[in-house]
Write a protein that binds this ligand. Structure first.
Ligand SMILES: Nc1ncnc2c1ncn2[C@@H]1O[C@H](COP(=O)(O)OP(=O)(O)O)[C@@H](O)[C@H]1O
Ligand SMILES: [Mg+2]
Length: 610
């Protein structure tokens, strides 16, 4: 069954654990059945203790015991029933706690595994996936994996065993009655089997509505200023309303369908017990062992009704959760796609071939591999085209940066500057060409390459945390190096700001840095790159969003670094790149001209003027 295969793939636990759980379930259900099985004879004997002599087995046991009369023997049977039930209940309790602990642990592990997977995937995955989906998968789908798959599945297994054992017991007591009960259960299950596609569909609707809800909230709240000023609150409300109604419809239909089995099974079973007794009396006149048969049936019904209806309910929940399982499964499977495997091997070059398992099993430590960079970085005939795009965004790009040099990329919007930088950063993998550091390809060890570059985009990403932790991004508190921190702040020209703030470095920047100005945010980005001591700095329009005065200040901070760091700068304002050693002009994915500032910028300006 495909379901089971997917389940086992997603389940983080070792499969042997599942096996033991099943074994425990078998033991409990057997004890359960033995206990119930004893109740029948017990009731029969209670009415007519002399029956003991008629049953070979019972009589042998009776003879072997030093008892005065059969009444004592019956009491002894009663006692053993009590003990068995105690034992069973205790075991049942222990197993349930074990199973629940197991299930919730799976949720924790699955969340970690998913986060690890999403972090390991190449950037190209995020060019086609909305982050709302990733949020939804890690926070909600992994939870529903526990509630709607692990627990119901284990419950189903338990219930199937209980049912099998009880039905076997019944079959031994009265075959006809058992066959009728079985038939009745099938009648009760049939409609739900018929509805299984509907149930899965409701599940899919629910998942979709939830993902959309996150997306809509992200849009409305993320663009709060725009929402407010354009006055389109009702637009988002309407969208949210549609999704909520869709969810409510799917969820209510599903939950109502979940109530039905219990109701149906109850009615059928009651009908059956009463009908069976009446018919036995009227037609067959089988009153002899009716009491013991009834005893078994009464208890069996007490166990069969909940077990059967729980089983049907669990099966429904499992169906309903199929879309969730599909989503988790597909995203985890993403790691096994050939192009992703290739990418993982580049980032985990130390043990290639095992890249997928490594990603699955270990979190990376805080250690930074140092790149040995002595001479130059060379791009050789790099070609890149975006997935699902037929034209090349980069065509035959070749360039060289020597250590300590600063180069600039200029060109119209859409010329391919950001694409080139993303390829340079090792975020996008070119279809052809190579990037080499001192003659060695960076694709032999992408992780080291990543860890050699400081990246400052147009709008840097800030966590809703303190300035200190935003500069030492990703470093745990106790490992933050105060000296490096002060140095980075000094060089990024943030000292004045930090001094003026009442809480200094501990000032919280707010979500995405709302409490800072654009220039301050960018300088935190520079400080971050400096704190992490990256040898190569890449600035993609890092100062473009700033006003002239702030830009001058940030540019000053950047210029102060030239010579000590190797830099690639994309800038909007040409004055920002005046100090660069070389300027590359790009157009339509190609380098159309390069040389000194004088040669590329001034001469073309002069050419235009004349
Ligand atoms: N994710 C993407 N998928 C497909 N095409 C893209 C994607 N991102 C950018 N492009 C295209 O690549 C070209 C270069 O874009 P970009 O590198 O961002 O230009 P620049 O940074 O120079 O303004 C543009 O034509 C753009 O439409
Ligand atoms: Mg750009």
């Amino acid at each position: 069954m495909k379901y089971l295969e997917q389940f086992l793939y997603v389940l983080p636990a070792k499969k042997i654990q599942l096996f033991w759980i099943v074994v425990l379930f078998v033991i409990v259900s057997t004890l359960d059945a033995v206990g119930i099985g004893l109740i029948g004879p017990f009731m029969g004997l209670a009415v007519k203790p002399e029956f003991v002599e008629r049953n070979v087995w019972l009589f042998r046991i009776y003879e072997g015991l030093p008892l005065k009369n059969t009444n004592q023997f019956v009491a002894l049977i009663g006692l053993s029933i009590i003990i068995i039930f105690y034992l069973k209940s205790f075991l049942y309790y222990r197993i349930q706690s074990y199973v629940l602990k197991f299930s919730y642990t799976q949720q924790v592990k699955l969340k970690l595994r998913m986060l690890r997977t999403y972090l390991a995937l190449p950037y190209s995955f995020y060019l086609k996936t909305n982050s709302a989906q990733v949020v939804q998968n890690i926070s909600n789908e992994s939870a529903s994996f526990t509630y709607s798959i692990v627990i119901p599945l284990l419950n189903s297994i338990a219930n199937i065993f209980v049912l099998i054992v009880l039905l076997l017991l019944l079959a031994k007591t009265d075959l006809l009655a058992t066959v009728s009960i079985l038939g009745m259960l099938l009648v009760a299950i049939a409609p739900f089997h018929y509805f299984r596609h509907k149930i899965a569909e409701w599940g899919r609707d629910g998942v979709e509505a939830n993902t959309e809800t996150i997306r809509i909230i992200n849009h409305a709240i993320g663009g709060f200023k725009e929402t407010k000023l354009i006055g389109c609150e009702s637009f988002f409300e309407e969208q949210l309303n549609v999704q909520t109604v869709k969810y409510a419809r799917a969820a209510s239909k599903f939950h109502i369908s979940q109530q039905l089995p219990r109701i149906v099974v109850e009615v059928l079973l009651m009908m059956f017990v009463v009908g069976f007794v009446s018919l036995s009396l009227v037609i067959a006149e089988r009153s002899e062992n009716l009491i013991s048969v009834l005893g078994i049936f009464a208890i069996a019904s007490v166990r069969i009704i909940p077990s059967a209806s729980q089983l049907i309910t669990s099966l429904g929940v499992l169906r309903n959760a199929k879309p969730s399982l599909d989503k988790i499964y597909l995203d985890l499977k993403e790691l096994e796609k050939p192009e992703v495997v290739k990418y993982l091997e580049m980032t985990h070059s130390s043990n290639s071939g095992k890249a997928v398992e490594k990603t699955n099993s270990s979190l990376n430590d805080y250690e930074v591999d140092k790149l040995n960079f002595a001479e130059s970085i060379t791009l050789k005939k790099v070609n890149y085209s975006y997935p699902e795009s037929d034209s090349n965004a980069l065509k035959n790009i070749s360039l060289t940066v020597r250590k300590g040099e600063s180069i600039a990329l200029i060109g119209k919007s859409g010329a391919g500057k950001t694409t080139l930088v993303d390829v340079f950063l090792g975020l996008l993998i070119p279809q052809a060409g190579d990037i080499q550091v001192d003659g060695r390809s960076v694709y032999q060890n992408l992780r080291t390459w990543h860890q050699s570059i400081g990246y400052i985009p147009q709008s840097i990403f800030l966590m809703d945390d303190t300035i200190k932790r935003n500069i030492a991004f990703g470093v745990p508190n106790h490992l933050i190096d105060e000296k490096k921190l002060r140095y980075a702040i000094e060089l990024a020209q943030l000292s004045d700001l930090v001094r003026e703030l009442p809480e200094g470095l501990q000032t919280s920047v707010g979500e995405r840095g709302v409490r800072l100005s654009g220039g301050q945010r960018q300088r935190i980005g520079i400080a971050r790159a400096l704190y992490h001591e990256r040898e190569i700095l890449v600035l993609d329009e890092a100062t473009s969003a700033l006003d002239n005065e702030t830009e001058a200040m940030v540019s000053e901070a950047i210029r102060a670094l030239s010579g000590t760091k190797t830099m690639i700068i994309i800038a909007h304002r040409l004055t920002t790149v005046e100090h660069c050693d070389r300027i590359y002009a790009m157009d339509k994915g190609q380098i159309v001209k390069y040389g000194s500032y004088q040669e590329v910028v001034l001469e073309s300006q002069n050419a235009k003027l004349s």
